[in-house]
Structure formats: C-alpha cells, structure tokens
Design a protein around this ligand. Structure first.
Ligand code: UDP
Length: 377
C-alpha cells in the first residue's frame, strides 16, 4: 500500500481555481496524500483573486501569462514549464480540471512521463470542435489520457461511454462548482463584509431589474463581441432595466466594449469581481446573460434565469431543466429574449426556479476518496 502518495494539482485560470479549490481542500484533508499545487497563471489577475479568497498558496507558480499570447506560444511555454515542474516534484498522480490549455498540457506532460491523470469535470461535449474553440478538443485530449474521469453529470458520463471509456474509470460526482458555491455562500453568511462592495451599485439600481452580463469566450471575439455590445446598449434602454457588467480583461472584450458602450447611466461596467462579490452580483440579478460555462452552472442553483450567448452548450442540463436558454450572439435576438423575460411574468417564473442539475455540493469529497483509493490509500 502506498502511503504519502504525491498528488500534483495543476491549474491556471479563474474557473479552474474556483472548481478546484474544494478539491485541493478535500485532498489535503485526506490522510496518506501529499498534495502539491502548481499554477500556470494562464490568467494572472483573475486567478490571484480566487487564490486569495480560497486560501491557497501555490507551491509552484509558473507565471506564463504574456500580453497578446497566441495559443501556440502559450502551449509551448506551458509544455516546458509544467514538464519541469513534474520533473522536480515527481508526482504519483496529476489532477487537472476542465478544458483549458493548462489542463490539456498538464495531462500531456503527465502522459509523457507515464504518470496517471485524474480529470475533474470530465465528459463535457458539444460535439462541435469549433464551439467552444479550443476547449472541445482540449477536453477530448484529456479524456484520451486520463484514467480517472470525474464526470459531473450522467450525461457527461454517457458521452465518455460513447467514446469507449471503460465505465469503471468513470465516476459521476456532481460538479465541484456547486461545492465552491456552497462553501462561499457559507463564508459570506459568516462574514458579510466579504461581499459588501456592491452596495453602492445595488442602491443606484434599486428600482431597476438588473441584467448581469459576462462574456469572455474566444469564439465570440470579433463579430460576436460587436453584436453582444450592441445588445447590451439596447438592453440598458429597456424600461426599468439596468446592466451590471463585470468585464473580463481580455483585449478581445475590452476594446469592443470601450468603443461601443462608453459611459451610460444604466450600465455599470466594472472590473472583474472576486468570487464572493460575483455571487452577490448573481443574487442581485433578475436575469443573467452570459457565454460562461461556470455561470451557466451557478445560476440554476440560485434560481436565476440564464440566457446563454452561444449556439451550442456542453451543459445541456440547464437547458433541459428550463433555467437556461441558448440565444446565440445576434443582438436583435438577445434583446428580444431579454424583453420577453422582463415583460412576461409567466415566462420569467418558468425559468426562475432554484434547483441543482449540476451537483449536490459533495463532489470534492467523492473525488478525494477515489483519488485516495486509486493511490492505494
Ligand atoms: N466569476 C467571478 N467574477 C466575475 C465573473 C465570473 O468570480 O467577475 C466566476 C463565476 O462565478 C464562475 C467563473 O468565474 O464560477 C466562470 O469563469 P469564466 O466565465 O471566466 O470561465 P468559464 O466558466 O466559461 O470557463
């Protein structure tokens, strides 16, 4: 029996950090595992916001982010950086999450060294390699390498089985984002100051329905982002409506929004929020308009209707359960869908039901148990 099996957790972006902090804490609490964290800082500032709130001090920080980084150069730097980190730590197992370049390269570096890989949030598929791009293929590469597939839902598990992954290697755990949400809601209720920074905006928009907007998806850069900006401007002109828009710092978002939106009374365009403040923003919102993956999972748990600015989703559970709707990126369509929800009480209440198709908040515990068993603990 292996004791003190060395587990290396590799991550680099905000959504990975949010979905992995409960896993890091659960692994740390598991006797017999020695956990090391390596951050690539693929997204520097957004990652650091989460690390601070989650109380994680990474053991290794590769700091790979460069302005205007191409996928080629990012991937090349990740490959050498993560490879060297693995050579230094010689882990018995590597844990990656989701579908980023960091996760894909982390799995590849482990494979090159014949180290087994656990994939958190395994089996999500849109079945279209360009939507989302490049995430769909990143997931498939990790799926081809991993020996422990932590599928958040039954439908993610079914996708893996359809790709001939052995059922014994698939563990349906729920999505760790629900663990993160529950843990953070509990922290906010103990220390409300953690999420009080939005009080001025809440007061400013006191009599309005707030539409919370997030957008960052690479496949929407260019024409899609122009349409989204047009939609935001028109939504802010609807009666009794305001837009709260924590803006992703990627220049593909910022340049378009700066050019199209300027300063307007009914739009609060603000810096990205740390996680407790973003949860508070979700709570203030009447409707959520997003192209984010994680936000699609959190909004149903809080009973917030979510309109998804994409043509496909690898998270069908939200759409099937009625809380989420795909609306694409055509400005006229987005505005018309939002107007319907704001006008039609029945349409609104049909979507605004709190439920958890993505998990029960116990995913990280399940994952830690399987990692420990797989390490002979
Ligand atoms: N989020 C946040 N602050 C913000 C916007 C989003 O903490 O200003 C959180 C959100 O709660 C979710 C995650 O970031 O858990 C989603 O990240 P993102 O949309 O960047 O990536 P995706 O989920 O699409 O991979």
């Amino acid at each position: 029996m292996a004791t003190n099996a060395k587990v290396l957790v590799v991550f680099g972006t905000r959504p990975e950090a949010i979905k992995l902090f409960p896993v890091v804490h659960a692994l740390n609490a598991t006797a017999g595992l020695k956990v090391t964290t390596c951050v690539t800082a693929q997204h520097r500032s957004l990652l650091d916001q989460v690390l601070t709130i989650a109380g994680i001090e990474p053991d290794m920080d590769l700091n790979v982010m460069q302005p205007g980084q191409s996928l080629d150069s990012l991937t090349a730097r990740l490959l050498t950086g993560i490879g060297q980190a693995m050579d230094r730590t010689r882990p018995d197992r590597v844990v990656v999450q989701g579908d980023t370049a960091t996760a894909m390269v982390g799995a590849l570096c482990a494979y090159y060294r014949k180290i087994p890989v656990s994939h958190v949030e395994a089996g999500l598929r849109s079945h279209d390699i360009y939507h989302p791009w490049p995430e769909e293929v990143n997931r498939k590469i990790i799926g081809a390498i991993a020996d422990q597939h932590f599928a958040p839902t039954e439908s993610a598990s079914a996708n893996l089985i359809a790709e001939a992954v052995a059922p014994a290697r698939i563990h349906v755990t729920g999505n760790t984002v629900i663990d993160a949400l529950h843990a953070t809601l509990a922290r906010i209720s103990e220390s409300p100051a953690l999420a009080q920074g939005l009080d001025a905006i809440a007061e400013r928009f006191r009599n309005k329905r707030i539409v919370l907007v997030t957008t960052h998806r690479r496949e929407n850069f260019g024409d899609g982002m122009e349409e989204i900006a047009r939609a935001i401007a028109d939504i802010a002109d609807l009666p009794d409506t305001a837009v709260l828009f924590p803006m992703h710092p990627n220049p593909g978002v910022v340049s378009v929004m700066d050019a199209r939106l300027g300063a307007r009374n009914n739009i609060a365009r603000i810096d990205p929020l740390d996680y407790p403040h973003f949860i508070r923003a979700l709570d203030l919102a009447h409707v959520v308009l997003t192209d984010s993956g994680g936000v699609q999972e959190e909004a149903p748990a809080l009973g917030k209707p979510v309109l998804v600015m994409r043509e496909t989703t690898e998270r069908p559970e939200g759409v099937e359960s009625g809380t989420a709707k795909l609306v694409g990126t055509d400005a006229a369509r987005i505005v018309s869908e939002i107007s319907t929800l704001l006008r039609d009480k029945q349409a609104y209440s049909a979507m605004a039901r709190a439920h958890n198709p993505f998990g029960d908040g116990q995913a990280a515990q399940r994952i830690a148990r399987v990692v420990a068993n797989g390490s002979g603990i």
